[in-house]
Design a protein around this ligand. Structure first.
Ligand code: FES
Length: 108
């Protein structure tokens, strides 16, 4: 598997707690900036596929995402599902290059 990186955003545009939502390779992926670092993860609920965030940009103070449909909860730092431990959200590697945020995808 080879890793390919896609440029998503300028790092300087994020303050702690900010997130943006992106449509990439057929998935909805959120980029979170918290405590000085970026995380990228899929935001489609593992229960029945509802979107965990509906705004394209926002600010999140909570440590958890709660599904608006039936309330499953996910830890933002790890992607772990707190309601069903067999259903974590997929995370993607993040790199900062010259002030730009890239996320990585494995492509075979
Ligand atoms: S679709 Fe998310 S909890 Fe049911």
């Amino acid at each position: 598997m080879q890793m390919h990186y896609i440029k998503l955003a300028k790092a300087a545009q994020y303050r702690s707690g900010d997130y943006t939502v992106h449509s990439l390779i057929g998935k909805k992926i959120a980029l979170f900036y918290r405590d000085g670092s970026f995380k990228a993860m899929e935001i489609t609920c593992k229960h029945q596929g509802a979107l965990l965030l509906t705004d394209l940009r926002g600010r999140l103070e909570a440590e958890r995402l709660t599904c608006p449909r039936h309330g499953w909860q996910y830890d933002i730092s790890s992607g772990e599902c707190l309601t069903n431990d067999t259903a974590p959200l997929k995370q993607f590697p993040v790199e900062i290059r010259d002030g730009e945020v890239f996320i990585g995808f494995e492509m075979g």
